[in-house]
Design a protein. Sequence first.
Length: 122
Amino acid sequence: MHELGIVSGVLDSVRPVAQEAGASRLLGITLQVGEMTGALQDALQFAWEALCEGDPFLEGAQLSIQTVHPRSRCLECGNEFDHDQFHWACPVCDSAMTELLAGRELQIESIEVDIPEEGEGA
């Protein structure tokens, strides 16, 4: 399950940045995940829950996933079109010479943290 590695990498990237900003805990992350990555949303959620459990900084944080559907450009006629994972041919000229424009994303769109106000918790 490569989703565990993906989530672990996301948390390894986010935690130090959030803590440097003074966050007391992570509230949530929004990820953009392209359909062409092969990452399964259920497996990402499962890995998220497993890695956050028992960690006071992460406990209760929510993972939101924005799916990015494949979009390509035909290199023959220039047509841009949406498609699924398996049908890449241009619907206008039927050329298989296409360039993927979207659908491979795997990026952190946003993070939400709790930053205590000055004097809080002191």
